[in-house]
Design a protein around this ligand. Structure first.
Ligand SMILES: Cc1cc2nc3c(=O)[nH]c(=O)nc-3n(C[C@H](O)[C@H](O)[C@H](O)COP(=O)(O)O)c2cc1C
Length: 224
């Protein structure tokens, strides 16, 4: 059988390296910028993502207004404190974690899920989940593209969706899914910050891989 050989072994190794080296970033170098051409490459990578029924529900808002940036930061801070209040004995530990880099990142973007365009194909049973999943694919593309540009990206989900929708003047039924911090960083941590800081351990691959039914341990090797 003919092999499709668009990529060589070196290309293959690079993409796995990028996937492994990608990190969620909250610590950014202040007073930096992202060259326009780099930002465009990253955003076009997002726009190349798969989407249910080719719905492409993502909309990107580049936040250039410093005052708006401060307001978004304030929303994240409110939610950080509300989250802390729900954590009982772990409240103080949580408060030591950094959960966003809105103030310092070079570029701030919001990804908004556009008002539903009525796409049916692929969305008969889980319409909202499929729109969200499509947007998440776009964000993952951005994450990987940013990493290969040696630019950090952090996904911020600490905010009240309605309040942020209002700040961004979103139309009815458009939902801000993510605030995205992008920019040069001092370092890419070697592992998730949540595990480095002792907040939570990473699961082993073996613990999430089943065969035939949920929870059933595979009897065959993974590469069968
Ligand atoms: C949907 C989603 C929302 C997230 N929201 C936040 C957030 O608000 N603040 C934060 O610090 N990290 C956020 N993260 C990053 C995760 O904490 C991070 O991906 C996880 O700890 C693994 O670390 P890594 O991405 O560096 O591998 C989010 C990640 C995802 C996928």
């Amino acid at each position: 059988m003919d092999q499709i050989a668009d990529f060589n072994e070196q290309d293959r190794d690079v993409i796995y390296r990028v996937i492994e080296a990608r990190r969620d970033i909250r610590h950014f170098l202040p007073n930096q910028s992202v060259p326009k051409v780099v930002l465009e490459r990253i955003l076009h990578a997002a726009h190349n993502a798969p989407s249910v029924g080719l719905m492409q529900p993502w909309r990107f808002i580049r936040i250039s207004d410093r005052d708006l940036r401060s307001k978004l930061r304030a929303e994240a801070e409110k939610e950080r404190l509300k989250t802390a209040d729900r954590l009982g004995a772990r409240k103080e530990q949580f408060l030591k974690l950094k959960i966003e880099g809105i103030q310092d990142c070079a570029e701030l973007l919001a990804m908004v899920i556009a008002p539903d365009d009525g796409t049916i194909v692929g969305r008969n049973t889980m319409p909202q989940e499929m729109a969200i999943s499509s947007c998440a694919c776009a964000i993952q593309n951005m994450w990987l593209a940013a990493r290969v540009e040696n630019i950090g990206l952090g996904w911020v989900s600490f905010y009240d969706q309605q309040k942020v929708a209002k700040l961004l003047k979103c139309p009815d039924n458009a939902y801000p899914l993510a605030i995205l911090c992008l920019g040069p960083v001092l370092e890419f941590p070697p592992a998730p910050l949540m595990s480095i800081t002792g907040w939570r351990d990473q699961k082993s691959f073996e613990s999430v891989y089943y065969q035939n039914s949920y929870g059933e341990e595979p009897t065959k090797p993974v590469d069968c």
